[in-house]
Design a protein around this ligand. Sequence first.
Ligand SMILES: NC(=O)c1ccc[n+]([C@@H]2O[C@H](COP(=O)([O-])OP(=O)(O)OC[C@H]3O[C@@H](n4cnc5c(N)ncnc54)[C@H](OP(=O)(O)O)[C@@H]3O)[C@@H](O)[C@H]2O)c1
Length: 317
Amino acid sequence: MKAFILRQTGGAEQLKLEELAKPAIQPGEVLVKAQAIAINPIDVFVRKDSNALKAFLQPADGQDTFILGWDLAGIIEEVGADVKDFKKGDAVFGMVNFRGAGNVYAEYVAAPADQLALKPEHTSFEEAAAACLAALTAWQALVTHANLQQGQKILIHAAAGGVGHYAVQIAKHLGAHVIGTGSAANKDFILSLGADEYIDYKQQQFEQLVNDADVVLDPIYGDHLLRSIDATKKGGRIISLLMDFTGAIGEKAKAKDIKGYHMGVSSNGKDMRQIASLMATGALRSHINTSYSFTDLPKAHQQQEAGNSHGKIVVKL
Ligand SMILES: NC(=O)c1ccc[n+]([C@@H]2O[C@H](COP(=O)([O-])OP(=O)(O)OC[C@H]3O[C@@H](n4cnc5c(N)ncnc54)[C@H](OP(=O)(O)O)[C@@H]3O)[C@@H](O)[C@H]2O)c1
């Protein structure tokens, strides 16, 4: 099979297309023939930074070749021992082994069956691959950590991005009042996802417009999280994707009795089934920004690195 191998962290040109043996499956795993792969900011981070690579891929001692990627949609070709929920020929999708090595930038992927869900019939493989790490993050943030309830107000930062565009739709599905932030070029996109209000973060200070959010989803570095505390009501919740609630941030949150979570998404087949069922009813859709061919995967990395403005970047096999 063909796979993109990384031997040395650096630019996108370090991803080399090579010929490898198909992976062998272990009990509990299935062999998936990849049909589409999605790219995330973490893929770029791991490709560029050897500390990030160690932290996220958790390689064995002495390992010097790596296959990146976690988001996969494809067709099951082989079923391992102890797998009861899937059969050969099933179309599936999921985030494979996060944190750990997903080994997804390849024509065939060995994936734990309990991290996958059946792809909805009318969802394309590209749309399904897109709705893995980013959609799982939105689901686990809003449902698992925030326990978002009908009628609550949620402020979703970067609402046009991979995570944000799923979060807006999931929050609306849960019956929340949604305020999304983004740049002016993404205003119509954010409102089209169902957001009730939009804030142009480049023109306005969001914390001067919102001070009573029940929940804030914050995926931005810097002083952003401190400002998000101002936008949250006393006793509310903030889910941060990048920053810890320590030091000044922790103290400021505590003074307002705000529960702060720094979450890390994790592979979970049960959550993938929830995402699949929302996609099947049309409550959740993937917006594909750009779709690349497999050989152009390094170009997909370059676009993600340049700053993905809205939706998801995917690769079709
Ligand atoms: N902890 C976790 O488990 C976890 C999981 C997933 C992602 N993340 C992290 O969360 C971040 C977002 O991920 P993603 O997949 O959504 O990225 P993405 O698809 O690249 O989208 C980023 C979005 O942020 C917007 N943006 C940038 N600065 C902004 C600001 N100050 N205010 C509002 N919007 C802003 C960008 O568009 P415009 O500026 O053009 O509007 C773009 O829409 C990344 O850093 C990623 O690594 C963490």
